[in-house]
Design a protein around this ligand. Structure first.
Ligand SMILES: Cc1cc2nc3c(=O)[nH]c(=O)nc-3n(C[C@H](O)[C@H](O)[C@H](O)COP(=O)(O)O)c2cc1C
Length: 242
C-alpha cells in the first residue's frame, strides 16, 4: 500500500466503524443474497488463534426457520424485524477439522516457503495436541483447581469451559468483522446474546451444548429505529500507557 493511501483508508475505516450501531428496528427491505454471501465471506477473513477458525456462520434463509430463531431470541425486535439472521456456532471440534484441512493446504501448497510450512506444521501439531488432550473430562475439575493459582489457564482450550470460552472468543472476531463489513455496505446490524441457546440448537439441529456466542441481525434501519446517543468510557479511562 502506498503511503498516501493511508489517510483515505483511515477516514473510510472511521466512517464504517462509527456508522455501525446496534440497530433494533429494521425496515423489512431484503438484503440481496449475493450481498449477504459477500459479507459472510468477508467475516471469514477475521484472525483466529492458530488460524483455526473454530466457527460456522449459519445464514438463516428460510422464513419459517428465521421466525423460530427470532422467537428463540426472546422475541427481540432486532431479531423479529431483521430480514437476515446469522447464528454463530463455535466449537473445538470445528477447530480440529480446520487443523486437518490446514495441514493438507500446507503440504499441497507450492506458494508457501519451507520456512512458512515448518512454522505452520509446528502450530498445527501444537494446537492439535492441546485441543485433543484438552478435551479429556479430567481437565474440567483440574483447571478449576489449578486455575485458582494460575488463572490464565482458563483462557486456553483446556477442559469443557475453557474450550467453550476459547471457541467463543475466536468467533467474536468473525462476528465483529461481519458487522463492520455490513456497515461498509450500508447494512445495519445488531449483535445479540439475549437468546435461548438450547432452543436455537434445536431449531438448527445442532447438538445440545453447542456454543452459540452471538446471533447477528442484519438489515436496513427503519426510519423510526431508535439510535441511542453513543456513549463510551472516557479514553483516559480505557487506554493505559506504560
Ligand atoms: C456480545 C454482545 C451481546 C449483545 N447482546 C444484545 C442483545 O441481546 N440485544 C440487544 O438489543 N443488543 C445487544 N448488544 C448490543 C449492545 O447493547 C450495543 O452494542 C451497545 O449498547 C453499544 O451500542 P452500539 O453498538 O450502538 O455502539 C450486544 C452487544 C454485544 C457485543
Amino acid at each position: 500500500m502506498q503511503k498516501q493511501d493511508i489517510p483515505l483508508s483511515w477516514a473510510a475505516f472511521q466512517d464504517v466503524n462509527r456508522r455501525r450501531r446496534a440497530i433494533r428496528d429494521f425496515d423489512g427491505q431484503l438484503i440481496p443474497d449475493e450481498q449477504v454471501r459477500a459479507l459472510l465471506s468477508e467475516a471469514t477473513q477475521a484472525p483466529s488463534s492458530g488460524n483455526l477458525q473454530p466457527y460456522r456462520l449459519h445464514w438463516i434463509r428460510d422464513a419459517g426457520v428465521r421466525a423460530r430463531i427470532a422467537t428463540a431470541c426472546n422475541g427481540q425486535r432486532a431479531a423479529s424485524s431483521a430480514p437476515t439472521l446469522v447464528v454463530i456456532e463455535a466449537s473445538r471440534e470445528i477447530a480440529l477439522d480446520t487443523a486437518a484441512l490446514q495441514l493438507n493446504f500446507i503440504e499441497g501448497s507450492n506458494d508457501m516457503t519451507e520456512r512458512g510450512k515448518n512454522y505452520h506444521r509446528g502450530q498445527m501439531r501444537m494446537f492439535g495436541r492441546v485441543l485433543r488432550l484438552g478435551s479429556w473430562p479430567i481437565w474440567t475439575p483440574l483447571v478449576s483447581i489449578v486455575g485458582l493459582f494460575k488463572p490464565s489457564l482458563s483462557l486456553l482450550p483446556i477442559g469443557h469451559l475453557g474450550s467453550r470460552a476459547w471457541a467463543a472468543r475466536n468467533a467474536a472476531f468473525a462476528a465483529q468483522t461481519l458487522m463492520l463489513a455490513a456497515s461498509a455496505s450500508g447494512i445495519d446490524s445488531c449483535p445479540m446474546e439475549g437468546f435461548s441457546a438450547p432452543k436455537i440448537a434445536q431449531v438448527l439441529g445442532l447438538p445440545r451444548g453447542t456454543v452459540i456466542p452471538v446471533v447477528i441481525a442484519l438489515g436496513y434501519r427503519a426510519p423510526e429505529a431508535r439510535v441511542d446517543v453513543k456513549w463510551r468510557r472516557p479514553i483516559a479511562d480505557v487506554i493505559v500507557e506504560h
